[in-house]
Write a protein that binds this ligand. Structure first.
Ligand code: PGA
Length: 251
């Protein structure tokens, strides 16, 4: 894993009231106090203002799960980058497979969001990943390559330091089926190669590539042991301190 820092993020998706979010955030602050890696939680928009002050000044950063492609305006139901920054959000997850496949976000829209987030100084976790039928057709690499290239179109080499990639095979998300460490590492290596082609070898060496898809306390360490896997984006197991802390504090 070269000289990269492990980065473990929890995506709480559409779960938790403010009181539940506060309880989990408090438990994570305590549980990760001595954690050696980089950490992030991404609560629902409605809990950002509650969770922010609880984790401020700790080793856990505040993330959002999505963002509008426009700065502001007549966009009913959307949340803008300015509003996220106002709440102390540091990072935004973009291109999550649920956004791509359930809410039909395409690469062009995701790219617009990526550039807007970077322009405002937010870190971006850009998610890429293939569907089961794409994997079975031998297209996993090509799909992840296209999503990476199109997601980063127009992102300057100087801005790449604000990008984290999360490889999340869609068939592994919320299904209990994890990619084998070998299969995941192969895609991570492929995506790292794509970054190398676009931005050079130094940038490829530096970029953090998280794995996501049914990461659990009992499989985290094997995944993280792989050369190209630099962390995790965790969904289901991020909803309880009992499961997130052991993943986040893995050795
Ligand atoms: P999961 O979700 O850990 O529940 O599979 C991962 C994700 O969607 O980021």
């Amino acid at each position: 894993m070269a000289n990269r820092t492990y980065y473990i993020a929890g995506n709480w998706k559409m779960h938790k009231t403010r009181a539940e979010a506060a309880e989990l955030a408090g438990a994570l602050v305590a549980g990760l106090r001595n954690g050696k890696h980089k950490y992030l939680v991404a609560p629902s928009f409605t809990s950002l203002e509650t969770v922010g002050p609880i984790i401020r000044g700790t080793n856990i950063a505040l993330g959002a799960q999505n963002m509008a492609a426009e700065e502001q305006g007549a966009h009913t139901g959307e949340v803008s980058v300015l509003q996220l920054k106002d709440l102390g959000v540091q990072t935004v997850i973009l291109g999550h497979s649920e956004r791509r496949h359930v809410y039909k976000e395409d690469d062009a829209l995701i790219n617009k969001k990526v550039k807007l987030a970077l322009k405002h100084g937010l870190e971006v976790i850009l998610c890429v990943g293939e569907l089961l039928e794409e994997r079975e057709a031998g297209r996993a690499e090509a799909v992840c390559e296209t999503q990476t290239v199109k997601g980063l179109e127009g992102v300057s080499p100087g801005d790449l330091s604000g990008i984290v990639i999360a490889y999340e095979p869609v068939w592994a998300i919320g299904t209990g089926k994890t990619a084998t460490p070998e299969d995941a590492d192969a895609i991570h290596a492929w995506v790292r190669g794509v970054i190398g082609r676009l931005y050079g070898g130094g940038a490829a060496e530096k970029i953090i590539i998280q794995y996501g898809g049914s990461v659990k306390p009992d499989n985290a360490a094997q995944l993280m042991a792989k050369e190209n896997i630099d962390g995790a984006l965790v969904g289901g197991a991020a909803l309880k301190a009992d499961t997130f802390v052991p993943i986040a504090a893995f050795n």
